[in-house]
Design a protein around this ligand. Structure first.
Ligand code: GLC
Length: 405
């Protein structure tokens, strides 16, 4: 398969221009707007193919940055019915998503030593990470909090079940209704993060904070190039503080667990999901811990399906590798077990950085095989390789970044 051509084709097919802004929709039928972490993935992919389009993608995202510095998780550039929930007031959502912006911008810079671009986006990036470290960490514990599961990018992950009060076999319809109820509660708090978190939903999530550490490190490199010494030190310090806080508060028996912070107490959410592997991306495990984790990753009874890395351990009662049942009460699939391409990319990057090359290759090769067999789909059945969810979904193009093309 010609991955370059196939990836370019899908990104071009999903490219849109509105009000002079060019961006890429994750899937034309299912996700017809601009999403935050998706656009970061697009920019990483496009940095290899079409740097102009990569720059445009990030500029479009940042054009809707809120005065607080927050970057919204959805920008509704064009009117549409699908997923157009009232979870914001400015033509965007009032939630955010995993903070991949600095990493994506730096990749774009690196491909062409484009200092001008880095200098252009740098102030907005600094504002965003300052927002996260202040508004989302009101008690200064150095862990950023989420106000809604959708901010994790894993909308229906069972990591959030307990806090949402939903059962293992929750259907997707009821799950969405529950999250939208939370949005209503967030709205009554006027999306004030500190209030939303202390009143309704406060999760210190592992992938989000691990991604934050890596991005703060990268932002520090950007600061060294186009910012100030003061910014550089701020980034390094924040990265270290989050890293230390994760190890102090979220590490148990060699793996990181997310924690609920509602009520002021930390309660670990001991659900086994791919979140255990996400901190590899930021180098948060010791070498020995990473090696043990890599061995655990390959256990077919837990995370390793014949077709790749499950997002939820097969031993969890909530594990559902594919959607089942009539459309209105469909249960399973989505973030409750299937293989997704972005987790593959994060884990691949992490394992490779630790020098765990056979395991990294296994993750990348599984991704290649899935795309060759089932195409660019939203997610895949870990045991059969069937493509599931949205079609013409862009994340498969991350394979280019795993193949070092
Ligand atoms: C779903 C995914 C989320 C993604 C969005 C657009 O909501 O859970 O991670 O950003 O679709 O692709």
């Amino acid at each position: 398969m010609d991955f370059i051509r196939a990836s370019q084709e899908i990104l071009r097919k999903n490219r849109r221009t509105t009000d002079g802004h060019q961006y890429t929709v994750p899937s034309p039928d299912t996700y017809p707007y601009q999403w935050l972490w998706d656009s970061c993935f697009h920019a990483i992919i496009l940095s290899h193919l079409e740097p102009d389009a990569a720059r445009a993608e990030l500029r479009a995202l940042l054009s809707k940055q809120l005065p607080s510095g927050m970057v919204p998780h959805i920008i509704y550039w064009q009117p549409g019915e699908l997923h157009h929930y009232e979870w914001g007031t400015q033509g965007t959502s009032a939630l955010t998503q995993p903070p991949m912006l600095a990493y994506a911008a730096f990749e774009v810079y690196k491909q062409a030593a484009d200092y001008a671009f880095l200098r252009e986006v740098y102030p907005a990036l600094m504002r965003y990470y300052h927002y996260l470290m202040s508004e989302r960490d009101p008690r200064q514990h150095h862990l950023v909090g989420l106000i809604n599961p959708d901010e994790s990018g894993e909308d229906t992950s069972p990591r959030f079940d307990h806090l949402l009060g939903v059962p293992d076999d929750i259907n997707l319809h009821d799950h969405l209704a529950r999250r939208l109820k939370l949005v209503e509660q967030n709205r009554t708090c006027n999306f004030d993060a500190s209030l939303c978190m202390s009143e309704h939903f406060w999760v210190k999530d592992v992938p989000f904070n691990a991604i934050l550490v890596k991005n703060l490190q990268v932002l520090g490199e950007a600061a060294a190039l186009v910012g100030s010494e003061e910014d550089k030190h701020w980034c390094a310090l924040q990265a270290q503080l989050v890293r230390d806080a994760m190890r102090d508060r979220l590490l148990k028996n060699g793996v990181f667990y997310s924690a609920s912070a509602v009520g002021g107490n930390y309660e670990l959410i001991e659900v086994d999901t791919w979140a255990h592997f996400a901190p590899l991306f930021a180098g948060l495990y010791t070498k020995a811990e990473a090696e043990a984790l890599a061995r655990r990753m390959r256990d077919p009874a837990e995370f390793w399906g014949a077709w790749g890395l499950r997002t939820v351990s097969a031993k969890e009662a909530s594990y559902r590798p594919a959607p089942e049942g009539p459309a209105d009460v469909r249960d399973g699939g989505f973030w409750r077990g299937p293989v997704w391409m972005a987790p593959h990319w994060f884990v691949y990057k992490g394992l490779a950085a630790y020098g765990l090359l056979p395991e990294a290759d296994a993750v990348r090769n599984a991704a290649i095989r899935l795309i060759e067999t089932s195409g660019f789909r939203e997610y895949y059945h870990p045991d059969t390789g069937d493509g599931l969810g949205a079609t013409d979904f862009t994340w498969g193009a991350l394979i280019l970044d795993m193949m070092h093309i």
